[in-house]
Ligand binder design. Structure first.
Ligand SMILES: NC(=O)c1ccc[n+]([C@@H]2O[C@H](COP(=O)([O-])OP(=O)(O)OC[C@H]3O[C@@H](n4cnc5c(N)ncnc54)[C@H](OP(=O)(O)O)[C@@H]3O)[C@@H](O)[C@H]2O)c1
Length: 298
């Protein structure tokens, strides 16, 4: 098997993928492949001629996307379509990521891949357009593609909910945190490992099982309970927190430019059945993230 080219290697999922791939990975970041300039992406693909391609780059600033939807569309839909077309034309398997934000999030049931979409935000719309661009570009040639819809990604490094909650709990005595959005926090290295396992299982099948799959850590929680688990882990490791009181609030009490789904529960059975992959529980993800964080920030 040849090498795997990963786009977006300065991001959470991209860097975790590159770390797992080691010298089997080729990392492309914004300097070597700019998603606002598809020609640079094609140049990277032509230079490296990879055996597999994974796109972890995306415009992920959910609130800012309300003001920059055109830019988000170029990065989240147009550029992935160009990569997908190159991969299809060269018979190269392609993995792309999408999001729970393609759903409108009513009710309490877990969504399956074929459920109707209905994004509430510009970010969600552009990610859905990305899914369509990838599957259409691939469809033209006979396809080998996997689109993984994931949710609430975080890591021990970078800018994310885990890091933000730790920082705020050291700075503030009181925090108000939304408790009516439900979903699964996903630890980036768990998603990266499952992605590589799924890709290798798809390649080993007589017919590549192209399509959209839900892939996130198992179980369900809300942001408030997730934050409480982060604070408990910090206290267990002897961190001195300023925080005295965490208050659960509703989404209506915390207006943001982009509307977010209340129900982000994703049904994971398709990936389990067809690709043989399953991530650990979100609690196991948090435990692993904490171990890494306190090992590297003693
Ligand atoms: N984060 C989440 O909670 C979440 C939830 C559901 C789905 N997802 C999806 O999961 C995938 C991975 O997300 P993530 O959390 O790893 O995102 P991330 O940490 O924000 O990383 C995204 C990467 O894309 C890069 N990027 C942005 N604009 C670019 C451009 N014009 N050219 C090249 N690269 C560009 C970023 O570079 P810079 O850092 O230099 O800007 C960054 O390295 C994405 O498809 C995302 O939509 C994420």
């Amino acid at each position: 098997m040849g090498r795997t080219l990963v786009f977006g290697t300065s991001g959470q999922v991209g860097s975790a993928l590159l770390e797992l791939l080691g010298d089997q990975g080729i990392g492309i970041d914004e300097k070597t492949g700019d998603f606002l300039n598809p020609t640079s992406l094609l140049a990277a693909l032509e230079t490296h001629r990879p055996a597999q391609v994974i796109n972890a780059a995306a415009y992920t600033a959910v609130d800012l996307a309300e003001k920059e939807e055109d830019k988000a569309h170029l990065i989240n839909a147009v550029a992935p379509g160009v990569i997908a077309q190159w991969c299809a034309g060269h018979g190269v398997p392609f993995v792309h990521y999408s999001t729970d934000y393609v759903f409108e999030g009513s009710g309490v049931s877990a969504r399956v891949e074929s459920d109707p979409t209905g994004p509430l935000s510009a970010y969600g719309r552009t990610k859905l357009q990305g899914e369509k661009a990838v599957s259409e570009a691939q469809g033209k040639y006979g396809s080998k593609f996997l689109i993984f819809r994931t949710s609430w990604v975080y890591d021990a490094v970078g800018k994310n909910f885990f890091r933000t909650m730790l920082r705020l709990a050291k700075e503030k005595s009181e925090l108000r945190i939304v408790s009516d959005q439900w979903g699964a926090p996903t630890y980036a290295p768990h998603l990266a490992a499952a992605t590589l396992a799924a890709l290798s299982s798809a390649c080993a099948k007589p017919e590549f099982p192209s399509g959209v799959y839900h892939l996130c850590n198992q179980g369900v929680t809300n942001w408030f309970d997730f934050a409480q688990a982060i604070f408990a882990a910090a206290r267990k490791r002897g961190e001195s927190l300023q925080l005295e009181k965490a208050i659960p609030i509703t989404t209506a009490d915390y207006p943001t430019p982009a509307k977010r789904p209340l129900n982000s529960r994703l049904d994971l059975s398709k990936a389990r059945t067809w690709l043989g992959v399953e991530l650990p529980s979100w609690q196991a993800g948090l435990e692993q993230c904490c171990e890494t964080f306190w090992r590297t920030h003693p």
